[in-house]
Write a protein that binds this ligand. Structure first.
Ligand SMILES: [Cu+2]
Length: 311
């Protein structure tokens, strides 16, 4: 398990490892004693059961007191990890997190909205959780936080991220067919970058454009065949192709094209016109009427953000 990226990680991990450790010791201990007794009190050696034992107060006290102590230690560390999660610092930035089938919207104090959660480094952030339909659950494993989002019962959670970077954010409550589409990220950026981002109108900062483009790709199922990390699926990955020259087959003849906004548009609307050499034509159908030209430029922004192949 990684070391976590929020101030809660230490407390949660301590409780987790303590309970895991105690469980392993008890499991191994009980199993060993069971196996030992299996041999020792085997029927061959003890053909007659000893019925003279009626009770043993000493033994009963020991097996009541020791487990009670173990459970109280577990409770102490569990409480120590959990209690700060319910005490929100007064200066926490209040963000409204709205869950719906099947996406998240995060609304910041100045009214700006985003579909990934963008937060400043080392600052407390409070999420007011609202669901407009069914039960969802907001889960950020790296921050060790998870809270149900129940319609009609507004809940909250808070955290302070103490590591810069991008972390997975899931819906952890199965909420229907496209439950997995609720996967997004938390971006922890430094304070200056966050101040800059929060002032930029929606969709204009690079962080937003990338998020919007990825959403279009996700919603239209493009990710089934095109990866974003260089993995070769049914078709080529989006990673590192921007600005690069590719060999394609056009009307049975090979030619060179450069991956730019124009090529991406043509590939979406006429996927079999210029097929990259090495891939089979006919696997993708046209998305004309399904993906708008504006959405295509958002996809282009996203592909651009994955880097150009020349570098
Ligand atoms: Cu959900």
């Amino acid at each position: 398990m990684n070391s976590g990226a929020s101030t809660f990680a230490g407390g949660v991990d301590t409780a987790f490892y303590l309970i895991l450790g105690a469980s392993v010791v008890i499991l191994v201990g009980i199993t060993a004693v069971m196996v030992y007794f299996l041999f020792k009190y085997n029927k061959k050696r003890h053909p007659k059961a000893d019925t003279s034992i009626t009770g043993n107060n000493k033994l009963e006290i020991i097996w009541t007191v020791i487990p009670t102590i173990i459970v109280m230690i577990m409770f102490y560390y569990g409480w120590a990890g959990f209690s700060p999660m319910r005490n929100v610092p007064k200066d926490a930035i209040a963000v409204k997190a709205v869950a719906r089938m099947w996406s998240w919207t995060f609304e910041y104090p100045n009214g700006k909205k985003s579909d990934k959660l963008i937060v400043p480094f080392n600052k407390p952030v409070k999420l007011d959780l609202t669901s407009v339909d069914v039960i969802h659950s907001l889960y950020v494993p790296a921050f060790r936080i998870k809270e149900d989002v129940v319609p009609g019962r507004n809940n909250m959670m808070w955290f302070a991220a103490n590591k810069l970077g991008s972390y997975d954010l899931f819906c952890a409550e199965y909420c229907g067919l496209r439950h997995s589409y609720m996967f997004t990220t938390v971006e922890v950026v430094d304070d200056a970058a966050w101040q800059e981002w929060i002032k930029t109108p929606e969709g204009e900062s690079d962080l937003d454009k990338v998020a919007v483009g990825f959403n279009v790709i996700k919603m239209n199922g493009c990710v089934a065949c095109h990866s974003s990390d260089g993995t070769k699926l049914v078709s080529n990955s989006f990673k590192g192709i921007w600005g690069k020259t590719h060999k394609v087959v056009t009307d049975g003849k090979e030619r060179d094209i450069v991956v730019d906004a124009e090529y991406i548009k043509k590939s979406v609307y006429e996927p079999n016109a210029d097929v990259v050499v090495g891939y089979n034509p006919g696997l993708m159908s046209s998305y004309k009427g399904q993906i708008t030209e504006e959405e295509i430029s958002q996809i282009a922004e996203y592909i651009k953000s994955l880097g150009d192949g020349e570098k």
